[in-house]
Design a binder for this molecule. Structure first.
Ligand SMILES: Cc1cc2nc3c(=O)[nH]c(=O)nc-3n(C[C@H](O)[C@H](O)[C@H](O)COP(=O)(O)O)c2cc1C
Length: 176
């Protein structure tokens, strides 16, 4: 792992994503990580509307990604030492389990899942109906069998995501 390890934070359009900066990105920066942020297109729309994309770029000192680069453009982010998907929508979990890399967030995550040098942490965030879809448990089992660290923690009563459990899981994955 590099002197200042790089944490790739990826977020999809699920409840609680609006707390990404305060709940995960700023605590990870404070813990010594260099942090990159990549969003699904829908999460980018939500966070742009809230002014959070600009704040995330300011906090990390790097552009927030949601589009693919041109082949002639340099990579805007350093390569990750650890990747975390939080929150993970049912949609993005399903595509990740199937290896569907149809946007920048999934492109990075699918590569990380296939790279034994990059631990991947995922915080699923679904409602009860999404979790009862017949394919759901199979998607989780696929990711688990690939070595993905699934964070099994519930949102708080105020709806805030269990960000401390996510960062704990990232730290443990980095040490493993
Ligand atoms: C207000 C709102 C809250 C949502 N919360 C969730 C959620 O917690 N989990 C989830 O899987 N989908 C949720 N959705 C649906 C996803 O945003 C939708 O499936 C979207 O296509 C996911 O796109 P992405 O996975 O590319 O980010 C929500 C939608 C809205 C409008």
């Amino acid at each position: 792992m590099s002197a200042q390890p790089v944490l790739s934070v990826v977020a999809s359009a699920a409840g609680g994503v609006q707390g990404l900066r305060v709940g995960l990105v700023e605590p990870a920066l404070a813990a010594g990580w260099r942090v990159t942020v990549t969003l699904t297109p829908t999460a980018a729309r939500w966070l742009t509307d809230l002014g959070e994309v600009d704040r995330l770029a300011l906090a990390t000192g790097l552009p927030v990604r949601w589009d693919s680069r041109l082949p002639t453009e340099p990579r805007p982010h350093p390569d990750p030492d650890v990747a975390v998907l939080a929150p993970a929508s049912a949609n993005t979990v399903a595509k990740l389990a199937l290896g569907i890399a149809e946007n920048q967030a999934l492109t990075q995550l699918c590569e990380a899942v296939g790279n034994p040098a990059v631990p991947v942490v995922v915080l699923p965030r679904t409602n009860a109906f999404q979790a009862r879809h017949p394919a759901w448990n199979g998607h989780l089992a696929t990711l688990r069998s690939a070595g993905v660290h699934l964070v099994d923690a519930r949102p708080g009563a105020d709806g805030a995501l269990p960000w401390p459990a996510v960062l704990d899981s990232v730290s443990r994955a980095a040490r493993a």
